[in-house]
Design a binder for this molecule. Sequence first.
Ligand code: NAP
Length: 306
Amino acid sequence: MAAPMFERVALIGLGLIGSSLAHVMRREGLAGHIAGHARSAETRAEVARLGFADSVHEHPQDAVRGADLVILCVPVGSCGAVAKAIAGDLKAGAILTDVGSVKAAVVADVSPHVPDGVHFVPGHPIAGTEQSGPNSGFAELFTNRWCILTPAADADAKAVEKLTAFWRACGSHVDVMAVDHHDMVLGITSHLPHLIAYSIVSTAADLEEVTKSEVIKYSAAGFRDFTRIAASDPIMWRDVFLTNKDAVLELLSRFSEDLSALQKAIRWGDEDQLVELFTRSREIRRRIIEAGQDTDEPDFGRSHSE
Ligand code: NAP
């Protein structure tokens, strides 16, 4: 059997992303030893029970000691504090990366703590579900999804190459881009849609008082598709909006302008404008399916047998 890509990998944070990485590393034989850390005793006990890590540590320093690859899988707002805590125990030559949904803030918070000789290569797998915690992970999460790396201009080329090979072995395609560009692209593809979903669900929840549960009863009319996104982890998303503030506020003002234009088109009965916009939206959906980023089955492939 071929030698694993890394002798020891440390996963700091063992929720959806951390546990999914552990599962795929096991399946592909990418790590000689998987060491994990989560902050609560409850999560550590659950991970020990599930058995997807070879060792589970109370202190992050113990998990990273001797690791050739350290992956921060904690909410964006916690990355700086974790990096500070582990800095003194990182092995010379190790690759330090993260999976955070925002990159500029992680780079600003983590970089000051990275010791000389440790290669920091920020990353973000564009893969997830609305579930969280160590029970939610699965090995296929990254299959055919993109992972974006945002290395600094002077980053160690070999470290970037090795991390690229790692994500490919996890089933992903890899792109490299600048930090600010990442935050703008993800602002529109992920952060704004989540904000809109949270907002619609909250508006409907207020209306529910008036409509006596009809919002829930008739949710299959469209509303429930927003609730999937709005069921995502509150702490993770609090951190995303607070750390990608500039990009989100810029995109939100453009969204508000477009929404006002739609409002006007409805008020004035501008049929052409409505049809043109709705036709354009269908085209985007078709391109997502062609790119292999969703299924073309009706209703997102939901089973209608029951
Ligand atoms: P999650 O399921 O909520 O898991 C978070 C993990 O981090 C838990 O194990 C938690 O431990 C641990 N943790 C939180 N704060 C910590 C701290 N200060 N020190 C040590 N451990 C800490 O979250 P997730 O969905 O895996 O997200 C993790 C990261 O991936 C986030 O940065 C997120 O932006 C990014 N990401 C998420 C998705 C997605 O769809 N969910 C997709 C791509 C990237 P306890 O359980 O003990 O609290």
